[in-house]
Design a protein around this ligand. Sequence first.
Ligand SMILES: [Zn+2]
Length: 456
Amino acid sequence: MAKTKTAYFCNSCGYESPKWVGRCPGCGEWNTMVEETVSVAKGSSKSKRGLLDSDARPLALSAIEALEEPRVHMPSEELNRVLGGGLVAGSLTLLGGEPGIGKSTLLLQNILSIRGKKILYISGEESATQLKLRADRIGKVADNTFILCETDLDRIFAQIKNVAPAMLVVDSIQTIYSPDIESAPGSVSQVRECAARLLRYAKQSGVPVILVGHINKDGAIAGPKVLEHIVDTVLQFEGDRQYLYRLLRAIKNRFGSTSEIGIYEMADRGLREVKNPSEMLLSQNREEEMSGIAIGVTMEGVRPFLVEVQALVSSAAYGTPQRSVTGFDQRRLNMLLAVLEKRARFKLAQKDVFLNIAGGLKVADPALDMAVVAAIMSSNFDVTLPPRVVMAGEVGLSGEIRTAARIDRRVAEAQKLGFETIFIPKGNLKGAGQSDFDIRIVEVSKVDELFRHLFA
Ligand SMILES: [Zn+2]
């Protein structure tokens, strides 16, 4: 007998609750719970099934051959690196990001240049004609890529049987639906059920499956977070649409590290790999020196690159001073401002402070602290920093400069890009020293020492 039951699901994390609550107990967000139909007679048997249900039998661990997972090498080196060396056979990968950021472009560009492998691209968003136009714009036409515009998962599986692809892309997971489930496409239960069936298919067939998932700020559709525990790998494609740069990072990776990032630039004909991230900074106009600008060496994964920190300090017009940050942690800025007040007689309470990381980047590396405090003081005194100077080091609560990870690679990067002086934490270089580098290395142990060098 068909029985309809409803429950409330969080669109952000997938938390399930029998009754409505204003604040999700799972992730703590407000107003994310939506009502959904959970079980109907046909689907109820399915929901009891495990994710990997099959005729599997226990095997002696010693009898299992420990083969390195076979990987499909993707045409984009940046993508390969973030994946941990290519796409693993039978893996389920989720590529998340805001709508319009370039997820489909990234995938199309890659699959269109894979030769000799049948690829099935399921599109629930764009028509075949739109996809063809997009592929033509990217400039490559492959005869082994098949496009299927379909949103019914049962019919999709019927076509998968016909095509027998070596790789499957589903764009996007929020547009497809399983007829066994009553709730609408994009709802938490649909997104979960569809992903679970695709996971079963990937594991049983060995075909790698990539899902595209939209991050939607208004919470109308279930976000990729709901799927994070189901899939093997979660990649996030991010960047400000105002800027050309896009970052690809692994948030979860069962087959590799999550510290690697890939950097792309949005160009007329698709995405271009940025091999040398520092060019993001150096491409900008550096003709006239201005106060409030400092350059720091940051690390993303194992790659060092230079970023420009911009600060604007002005007298607060009203009682409460403003603090505004783009691309840097607000609490960290507040901490650094407190250190400056204590150590550099910077009158915190009377100043508005605006901080911006150039290029639309978000930086979490604490070694950028030194560049942040230098940019703030430069703007405060309205004195430009000496030209061709970079810095890397964390600032501690008592104003001490603390060591940064992989300082030798940071110094080497600054030298490679033609900078003349780098400020680093005292004692950070350990075995290596000035004689190993052509760039002038200045070691500092306190922020006031740094300021004496910069503003004396
Ligand atoms: Zn939640």
